[in-house]
Ligand binder design. Structure first.
Ligand code: 5AD
Ligand code: SF4
Length: 426
């Protein structure tokens, strides 16, 4: 979502005469878009800011801003800790960047971490009609009301809000006009989407996906991230029936222990999660399942961790993101007794080894198969183009004549460490 938001910020500042540069050395303004999900991500902001000190010394007119969830959570502190920061903008206020920028030109500091009533997306209509890469993100839902005990999202991104269906369709059509063939619908809780339908009433995520399925020129639809409790029958069925919906599902479980899931306030069990996986595989047998895991949550015993490993064995993941539990200020679990760091590291190491094994086996099983690949760019080596398969595997195609944006059938000949290689089928 920060990638999507950064694009919107560039557009918002486009009205004030700014355009993107490829290096900070050329910049009149540097905006750091930040993530607060784990401590490491948040701490990185301060070291990154330090690196801009010499640029500001060379160019006193350079404006430095911090955006995103660290800005939201620690705005005042950032201004205090790092005096070279001119501007702090939270994730719900970035449409106000032009006014904030003007304020900094007058030598003032600007800070906005409101949750305004107005729709920030409405202010971004007059975007330049630049050509786009073939795969794009589109935010449809933001925020979260689930309050998992470890998570800052409900505090930094705010309450769950769904964008109206017609606005999303308009944005999707605009993206397609500019060359986009694949759209990933974004939301912290995307499958809880319930936006106003164009004809009145309400759209669920599957309604929205079906409407996008009818957009000419759009070829692929994905969505992320989902909560197991919001995997409704209609959404599961769409995976079997909707031709443009790709066979890939990112469905975080966090832990395989019911005790820990309860302490995490996840409101699902290991079994209910496995049931969802079973149903989705019944609807779409070849679907690739991806997940998120947290190890070393307070009170996690060896047995709890083994339960997580067992769940992983049962699911067989094609991809996963895993993290050591990181205390976040203001969240309930941060107040609890914490496990030692080396125990967390040891568990993470074992979990990642198991996932890597599964991931590699699933990727290897693609050899000899024909997959469809959306070509995204030229490969690193001459004579290759690179794209993504329907399962989101990176695929190097041994052919340099295929235009970017084309979807081609590729016979997979080789499975490497993090990608596949193939040749055009027939
Ligand atoms: N510590 C570690 N991982 C976390 N995540 C969210 N909050 C924390 C935390 N405090 C992970 C979860 C979530 C992903 C986006 O980040 O696994 O699904
Ligand atoms: Fe955070 Fe996801 Fe839980 Fe919401 S559902 S609180 S975004 S982990």
């Amino acid at each position: 979502m920060n990638v999507y938001d950064s694009e919107r910020m560039i557009e918002a500042l486009g009205g004030a005469g700014y355009e993107e540069t490829s290096t900070p050395d050329d910049a009149d303004m540097i905006l750091l878009n930040t993530c607060h999900i784990r401590e490491k991500a948040a701490e990185k902001v301060y070291s990154e800011l330090g690196r801009f000190k010499h640029l500001k010394a060379q160019n006193p007119d350079l404006k430095i801003g911090v955006a995103g969830c660290v800005a939201q959570a620690e705005g005042q502190e950032i201004m205090r800790r790092q005096p070279l920061v001119d501007l702090v903008v939270g994730p719900q206020s970035y449409h106000r960047l032009p006014q904030m920028e003007a304020k900094t030109r007058d030598g003032q500091k600007a800070i906005d971490t409101d949750f305004p009533e107005e729709d920030k997306f409405d202010h971004l209509k007059d975007r330049p009609k630049a050509r786009r890469a073939p795969a794009a993100f589109l935010t449809v839902q933001e925020g979260c009301d689930k309050f998992c005990a470890f998570c800052v999202v409900p505090y930094t991104r705010g309450a769950e809000v769904s964008r109206p269906g017609d606005k999303i369709l308009t944005e999707a059509r605009d993206l397609v006009e500019r060359g986009v063939r694949e759209i990933t619908l974004l939301g912290q809780n995307v499958n809880a989407y319930h936006g106003v339908a164009p004809q009145g009433g309400e759209w669920s995520l599957s309604d929205l996906i079906w409407a996008l399925n009818d957009v000419d020129g759009l070829e692929r639809i994905r969505f992320t991230t989902s909560h197991p409790n919001d995997m409704t029958d209609d959404l599961i069925a769409a995976h079997g029936e909707c031709e443009k919906l790709m066979p890939y599902l990112h469905l975080p479980v966090q832990s395989g222990s019911d005790k820990i899931l309860k302490r995490m306030n996840r409101s699902h069990t290991a079994e209910s999660y496995l049931k969802v996986i079973e149903r989705i595989r019944a609807a779409r047998p070849d679907i690739l399942i991806s997940g998120d895991f947290i190890v070393g949550f307070p009170e996690e015993t060896d047995q709890d961790f083994e339960d997580t490993m067992e769940l992983i064995r049962q699911v067989n993941y094609g991809q996963a993101f895993s993290f050591k539990y990181s205390t976040r200020p203001g969240t309930p679990a941060a107040e609890r007794d914490q496990l030692p760091e080396d125990l967390k590291s040891e568990r993470l190491y074992r979990l990642q080894a198991l996932i890597a094994e599964q991931q590699q086996a699933i990727q290897d099983s693609m050899v000899g198969r024909d997959v469809s690949v959306l070509i995204e760019k030229a490969g690193r080596f001459e004579g290759q183009m690179v794209g993504k398969s329907e399962y989101l595997h990176a695929v190097h195609v041994l052919d340099q004549t295929i235009p970017v944006g084309e979807i081609v059938k590729v016979r997979i000949t080789e499975s490497n460490r993090n990608s596949l290689t193939g040749i055009l089928a027939n």
